[in-house]
Structure formats: structure tokens, C-alpha cells
Design a protein around this ligand. Structure first.
Ligand SMILES: [Zn+2]
Length: 69
């Protein structure tokens, strides 16, 4: 489980480092194209507000796992 926690924590830092603009399907940093956010991996488009809400909810759900001592 320790390895898994470290992976989730690293992922969380990556999400925050990209201001939450990360594809929820691929965990891939999104690129901004004409004010739309498009995933370079799967091609999905995302709204910035939706992404932030999604990742904040993800963090709240994963908090006990990520920050387990
Ligand atoms: Zn994607």
C-alpha cells in the first residue's frame, strides 16, 4: 500500500502543479487550445471549472489514502 500512496501523492502534486488542469481519464496535463482544454492523449475536452471541482472532490475522497501515515 505504501507504494500506492506515494503514487497518489505524486499524482496529487502533479495535479496541483498544473492548476488542476489534468485529464481525469489519462492523468495527462492538458494543453490550452483556443480557450478550450483538450487532452493530448485521449482528445477529450474539459471545462476548467469542472476540472477543478472534479480534482478537489477526488482529493477529498482520496485524502485518507494519500496522507495515511
Ligand atoms: Zn485524456
Amino acid at each position: 500500500m505504501h507504494t500506492s500512496n506515494e503514487r497518489m501523492l505524486a499524482h496529487w502534486w502533479m495535479v496541483k502543479g498544473n492548476q488542476y488542469m489534468v485529464c481525469p481519464r489519462c492523468w495527462y496535463p492538458l494543453v490550452s487550445i483556443d480557450e478550450n482544454l483538450k487532452c493530448p492523449e485521449c482528445g477529450d475536452s474539459h471545462e476548467p471549472e469542472d476540472l477543478k471541482a472534479l480534482w478537489v472532490a477526488w482529493h477529498a475522497k482520496m485524502y485518507p489514502v494519500i496522507h495515511e501515515e
